[in-house]
Design a protein around this ligand. Structure first.
Ligand SMILES: Cc1ncc(C[n+]2csc(CCOP(=O)(O)OP(=O)(O)O)c2C)c(N)n1
Length: 641
């Protein structure tokens, strides 16, 4: 179903077209853009509330600035739907996040208007600053560089690193703080309180307005006038303001707060700011879900990415199943953590800004004093967990596999070198799906397997996840314990099985075979089960072992495997290079075994977005791909090139 854009939006295929409109038409255009997003997301799904919140800002930015010559960087990028629609992707917008369709995030290969590829948070200031410094170096002094960053993304340390540098750079960079008081869940931390303070302080804002007016009058009059303004401004500030401005103290000129939904005012302000050189920040107040009542007045977390919904009633579509369904792994994690924490008062939970996504919110609700949302701050989450562990607590630090990449040094330096028994639960491990390459958790097996004092495990089902979590919280001398599991559902509707300890470094033999054995790691092993069943129907008996640990490897089991089978397939939902298949090759070499080994996993390349199963199919780790690999090895079919 193709969504028809409104009258004005229909004429706009690029910011050039947008600039042809009278400023008076921008309110209507914003309205049409908003409805186009609502119409599309309600039918096709995707991120929602954040894009609605920046509709006016998006229109104003492309109206005022000369994009793509002026470089516009959206932090995280989940709010850039309006930007995509105005920059030539209106016709293809219905393919957003779909296999072979456009990406849900800005992406340099997709469009010249996407100045920087994003997906992970808090990078926009550093990237914009790099571009601004490059422009200065190339004497492109008229070029503007704009980073749009949310109050949630601003909690990430790299944003501060960028601002700290920007403040002394004398570069032409404008940071737009899109402040809606929300991350995915409500934003957290002292900075959030500070932003609320400067937004609501009447004296401060009256003063800022006066200075702003003065500045507006004088800014056209050259450098000396601006210097006077600056002096006046600083003078007034120091004498009258009870609190100094945080951003100003970093040498960023602070403007605002402004109403981020008043498109005309935004156009005026941005035009003014264009003429003010140097690093500056504009504080915009917006509302997530703006203009769509169920999202604006309902639960902003739900409307962050609601899936498809009935746009008239606001009812979010839920699949109805006849049979009881297996739970999501994240929910098994959330409930099991609480169950364990009730019995072990040393357990604490840590999430960097993903309470709902990881289901840590279950513990936050039941045991608020023992569960911590630390903001979008993966590095801090890991070192904070290390600190907790030094004091004898048992931290369960839950971080999505791809976001854990941020905290690699902290894992090595603060956890492994000090041999601290932190538990890492890596959600969304493996192919993540529609969020695409920035969110796939491809690398964690490889990047954790090489670390000393690190146990690397993956459950094949819900009961295994529970048992691994139970095992991880038992007292042990040092050693971090990582447990990876994928996005989505497991396989056990009756998942609440009694908890049992697992011997670390042991696997499970699931079935014997004749010639070939499949060694799988984690949930993807369920595909192998299916393949073994399919082949058994053709009287082909393939053995199946669930490795469960990539480090330490289940050596006893592997000795049995290599003694019995000369053909082996390794299967993992992680990068082939350095992954569990590589570990098996190392084991074979170290023990002088010889076998024909086929490693199935994520190949060395960027895997784009799509449904998990579509992508598993593309890279040959779905049941069909595994069956083909087995049949080829058993010479039941000719080998593909
Ligand atoms: C490094 C990293 N950690 C976590 C996330 C998951 N994430 C995506 S959007 C988001 C919230 C961003 O909040 P904010 O910047 O305020 O934008 P808003 O959605 O409120 O517009 C989070 C935590 C991420 N993208 N990157």
């Amino acid at each position: 179903m193709l969504i028809t854009p409104g009258k004005l939006l229909a004429q706009i295929n690029s910011p050039e077209d947008l600039k042809k409109l009278d400023q008076a038409q921008l309110v209507q255009l914003s309205d049409e853009l908003r409805h186009f997003i609502i119409d599309n997301v309600s039918v096709y799904g995707g991120h929602f509330g954040a894009s609605l919140g920046v509709v006016e800002l998006t229109v104003a930015l492309h109206y005022v600035f000369n994009t793509p010559y002026d470089q516009l960087i959206w932090d995280v990028g989940h709010q850039a739907y309006g930007h995509k629609i105005l920059t030539g992707r209106k016709e293809s917008f219905h393919t957003n996040r779909m296999y072979k369709g456009i990406s849900g995030f800005p992406k340099r290969l997709e469009s010249g208007y996407d100045a920087f590829g994003v997906g992970h948070s808090s990078t926009s200031v550093s990237a914009a600053l790099g571009m601004a410094v490059a422009s200065k170096y190339k004497h492109e002094n008229d070029r503007q560089h704009i980073a749009v960053i949310g109050d949630g993304a601003l909690t990430g340390g790299i944003a501060f690193e960028g601002m700290n540098h920007a403040g002394v750079s004398d570069s032409n960079i404008l940071i737009i703080l899109n402040d809606n008081c929300m991350a995915i869940d409500p934003n957290v931390g002292a900075l959030k309180d500070y932003l609320t303070d400067i937004t609501t302080s009447r004296t401060y804002n009256k003063l800022k307005d006066e200075v702003w007016n003065l500045l507006g009058k004088l800014s056209g009059f050259g450098k000396s006038a601006q210097e006077i303004v600056s002096k006046v401004e600083n003078g007034i500030k120091s004498t009258l303001l009870s609190q100094s401005n945080f951003f100003e103290s970093l040498n960023l000129r602070y403007f605002g707060p402004v109403d981020g939904h008043d498109v005309n005012h935004l156009v005026t302000v941005l035009n003014d700011l264009k003429n003010i050189k140097g690093p500056k920040i504009l504080h915009c107040i917006t509302t997530k879900g703006k203009g769509y009542t169920p999202a604006e007045e309902g639960n902003a977390t739900t409307w962050h990415a609601p899936g498809t919904f009935d746009k008239i009633t606001g009812e979010i579509h839920k699949k109805v199943y006849e049979k009881p369904q297996a739970p999501k792994y994240q929910d098994v994690f959330g409930h099991t953590l609480v169950e364990l924490a009730k019995a072990n008062d040393k357990i604490v939970g840590i999430t960097p800004a993903m309470p709902s996504g990881s289901s840590m919110n279950i513990m936050m609700k039941e045991m608020p004093e023992r569960a911590f949302d630390v903001g979008i701050a993966e590095q801090h989450a890991v070192t904070f967990s290390a600190g907790l562990a030094t004091q004898g607590l048992v931290p369960f630090c839950n971080i999505y596999s791809s976001f854990m990449q941020r905290a690699y040094d902290q894992v090595i330096h603060d956890v492994c070198i000090q041999n601290l028994p932190v538990v890492f639960c890596l959600d969304r491990a493996g192919i993540a799906g529609a969020d695409g390459p920035t969110h796939h958790g491809n690398y964690d097996i490889a990047y954790f397997r090489c670390l000393p004092n690190m146990i690397v495990s993956a459950p094949m089902n819900e009961a295994e996840l529970r048992n691994l979590m139970y095992t991880a919280q038992l007292p042990r001398e040092g050693q971090a314990f990582s447990i990876r599991y994928p996005r989505g559902q497991g396989v056990m509707p009756e998942w609440r099985q009694p908890l049992e300890a697992i011997t670390i470094g042991t696997g499970r033999k699931l079935r014997d075979g004749d010639e070939l054995a499949i060694l799988s790691f984690g949930h993807i092993g369920n595909y192998a089960t299916e393949v073994c069943n399919r082949l058994a129907k053709q009287n082909v008996n393939v053995a199946h072992y669930d490795l469960r640990f990539a480090k330490p490897l289940p050596e006893e089991m592997l000795h049995e495997v290599f003694a019995r089978y000369k053909k082996i397939i390794t299967l993992e939902d992680g990068c082939i290079q350095g992954g569990v298949g590589s570990a098996i090759l190392e084991f074979m070499a170290d023990n002088n075994y010889q076998a024909e080994i086929k490693r199935l996993g994520i190949p060395d390349g960027i895997i784009e977005h799509g449904e998990q199963l579509e992508l598993h199919h593309e890279i040959g780790i779905d049941p069909d791909g595994i069956e083909r690999a087995a049949a080829e090895m058993l010479e039941l079919v000719p080998k593909t090139a």
